[in-house]
Design a protein around this ligand. Sequence first.
Ligand code: DUC
Ligand code: ZN
Ligand code: ZN
Length: 478
Amino acid sequence: MATTLITGGTVVSSTGRAPADVLVDGETIRAVLEPGSTLLGHDLAASVDRVIDATGRYVIPGGIDAHTHMQLPFGGTFASDTFETGTRAAAWGGTTTIVDFAVQKTGERLQDGLAAWHELAAGECAVDYGFHQIVGGVDDDSLQAMRGLVDEGISSFKLFMAYPGVFYSDDAQILKAMQVSAETGLMTMMHAENGPAIDVIAEQLVRQGNTAPYFHGIARAWQMEEEATHRAIMLANYTQAPLYVVHVSAKQAVQQLAWARDQGQQVFGETCPQYLYLSLEEQLGARGSEWGDFEGAKWVCSTPLRSREEGHQDHMWQALRTNDIQMVSTDHCPFCMKDQKELGLSDFRAIPNGIGSIEHRMDLMYQGVVTGRITLERWVELTSTTPARMFGMHGRKGVIQPGADADIVLYDPNGHTSIGVERTHHMNMDHSAWEGFEIDGHVDTVMARGKVIVDDGQYLGSKGDGRFVKRGLSQYLA
Ligand code: DUC
Ligand code: ZN
Ligand code: ZN
């Protein structure tokens, strides 16, 4: 097995930073050494197969994006990134593990949905991948099948309180699924929005002629997220299920999570870069020369972008600092404007919901370090260490320590990244939701299980490098 010494860099973990050399042996990390250490010999550099000079760079554990939707069937079409294109874009952006959502549609057997997802991903991925299970039809069969998920290496499942007729579960179904969650240790992941009420509001808006993307944000009011978050918390409280609320965007929903955590409940929250940077006014309400007021369709996702005037974005950054929100994923669910978002030209309800961000999460969150919103260590914690721990991969992923997979990113704080479709863009989309964003840092080198797959602006990996990760139960639970 080839050995590599990464020398001269600053190793950053969730708890600190220090100059250190990292010795990689094959696919794993063998040692983290003080510079100049003779513990493993007097001239280690001369005895390894390759030396990587990391001078001036941060050496961090590869990013873990625990919320992606490759090829998701949604809104009459499919998310435009395949496992091949989406994971390659992830690699370019310093993400070395994803956790995607296997889909059980209503009326389908859960095991069949999972098998289909394995088939889509196997041999296609540039980086390692795991699955959560979407349970789109809670019934006796699927409740039984859920009990077998942990043995399959799938320790979490997602329910939807939104999208009636598609993925929606009612309270009775949620209660039953949460009872299985409490019994097995499976993490319940919740899309917390009151879907039936949202559908009524949306219908009324469209009837009044309010059909533009902006009204997607109006229909999915923060009250619908707060209420659903509270309901999910109470059902979890009753059943004693561990609860992880996905893509939190409303400050009132954060307050619900903080309240439940203060009561000692095992409740967690995730937000996404779009809820930290983008807004109802600036993006959903955008007008462009090509698309007019349909420009906002680029940012139609659910939960929706929120009003900056109401202060949701600032509150979300604060929640990241105070640990009221524990981690940042992307909810990567890309759709092109042409032929996909366009489906909703005359009615925002028909715009496929989703934004593509998998390539930019590490950079966008690093910019939070530059602007003083979070510390360097918190950046690593939010984007890698906590996702690993939350979803049963800690020790193997999310840390630079002996025995862990050698998933390592060299990040240059003196580099620069200009985001845009004509510049850094490897996602399979005809636009970027992040066009024009400037980042004061750069992903220089990406190593995935010991193989350098991105270096100095070149992609060196190949499809099939990524393997399925069998996950254990959450290591965040008491
Ligand atoms: N939200 C999105 O924006 N897209 C896919 C599913 C979801 O919950
Ligand atoms: Zn969702
Ligand atoms: Zn999602």
